[in-house]
Structure formats: C-alpha cells, structure tokens
Design a protein around this ligand. Structure first.
Ligand SMILES: *[C@@H]1O[C@H](CO)[C@@H](O)[C@H](O)[C@H]1NC(C)=O
Ligand SMILES: *[C@@H]1O[C@H](CO)[C@@H](O)[C@H](O)[C@H]1NC(C)=O
Length: 198
C-alpha cells in the first residue's frame, strides 16, 4: 500500500530533468499592475510594452497625472484614450503556445473627459478560453464643479466568473443615452492572477 502511493511522486521526480525544454510546469502568479515603472515621454504615444506583467495590451497607453483625477498609486495609470481597449493573456511563447488564462480580481477606474462630464457606463466583455463571453457594466459618476481633491478613481472587484479569461475588452459611453463620452478610460492597480496549464 505504501509503495503504491509513492509511485506518482517518483514519476514526477524523474520526469522533470529529462527534457527541460519540453517540460511545462503549471503555474499561477498574481500581479498588481501599477504602470509606475513604465517609461513616459511627451509627446506620446506611450504604448504599454507587451507583454507587461503577463498580459498584452491593445490601445491602452501609459499616462501620467496631469492635475485632474489622481491615479490610485504613484503618478501613472493606463489609459485607453478613445475609451476602448483590450487586455489579453499573451500568446507569445518560444516553443509552443502557452495555455494561459487569467482571473481578474479588482481594479481602480475612471472615465476622464473633463468637468463637467456625464455619468459614464463602462462595458466590459470577458472572453473565456471556453464558453461564451460574459458582460458587465460599471458606472463612473457624473462630475460637476467641485474642489479638485473631490475627483478620485473608483474601485471594483470581480467574482469567480471573471476567471479562465483569454481577454477582456472595454468600451465607454454616456450612461444616459449611450452617446460618446469624448474621453478616455483610465485603470490603475489592476489585480489578476495568470494561470498556465500544461
Ligand atoms: C467615485 O468617484 C467619484 C468621482 O471622482 C467620487 O466623488 C466618489 O467619492 C468615488 N466613490 C468611491 C466609493 O470612491
Ligand atoms: C478583445 O480581444 C478579443 C480576442 O482577441 C476579441 O475577440 C474581442 O472582440 C476584443 N474585444 C474588444 C472590445 O475589443
């Protein structure tokens, strides 16, 4: 009985050194992307270097505090200037496509159009490695004249259904009539776990 339960352990121990190149280790790594370590030059654009902390960004750029809404941490956040963008797990891998997905846990967000700006509806689509896309709409409040320190990012968390993701797409619109916000979508302190299976 003892001998039988030991067998799986032994096979793992012998398998790994045989061919390091073809051997895939399942892994799981949690990141909080803050964008403060990324170069920012003016004039831009300042695209996020891909991959960044395990993810590939489309449209999102590095952007720096300009005196309006402060980033949650540091003085940089990521901004999709047209209000739409996409954050995916990278497909880049030297030998074979990595079977990677990610679970989104939380982020800070703001719609950035200026003052006044209408209430903003941020639509999010989660594209999973299996199954149909999931959708969520998050609101960012209307901004009127106020002391400058009244403008802050909001923060939200995501449930277990926001896992097994290949990519997450974003788009912003006026909450009242679906019209153009004429602004950008800012994210900061994006927390997620990248999972690699074999
Ligand atoms: C959300 O953002 C608005 C505008 O910046 C701010 O007034 C409000 O206090 C924020 N809410 C939270 C819970 O942070
Ligand atoms: C995001 O990327 C995925 C995968 O490439 C694509 O299917 C989806 O249409 C994109 N979504 C948006 C909102 O750009």
């Amino acid at each position: 009985m003892k001998f039988i339960t030991l067998l799986p352990l032994l096979s793992v121990a012998f398998a790994s050194p045989l061919d390091e190149r073809d051997y895939c280790r399942p892994s799981r790594k949690t990141y909080v992307a803050k964008y403060d370590d990324l170069p920012f030059v003016e004039p831009g654009p300042n695209p996020i270097p891909n991959p960044y902390n395990g993810l590939t960004y489309t449209t999102f750029q590095v952007d720096q505090y300009d005196g309006f809404i402060p980033p949650t941490s540091g003085n940089q956040w990521t901004m999709a200037f047209g209000g739409s963008g996409n954050i995916s797990v990278t497909w880049l891998n030297i030998r074979s496509p990595a079977k990677e997905t990610y679970a989104l846990e939380s982020f800070s967000f703001a719609c950035v159009s200026g003052v006044p700006q209408p209430e903003c509806a941020i639509s999010m689509w989660g594209f999973k490695s299996s199954g149909k896309p999931i959708k969520r709409v998050i609101k960012f409040p209307a901004l009127g004249p106020a002391p400058i320190d009244a403008y802050v990012m909001n923060r939200t968390t995501f449930g277990r259904e926001w896992s097994d993701l290949k990519s997450v797409g974003f788009s912003i619109a006026r909450a009242d009539n679906g019209g153009d916000m004429f602004g950008g979508l800012a994210l900061d302190d994006v927390k997620y776990t990248v999972k690699k299976s074999c």
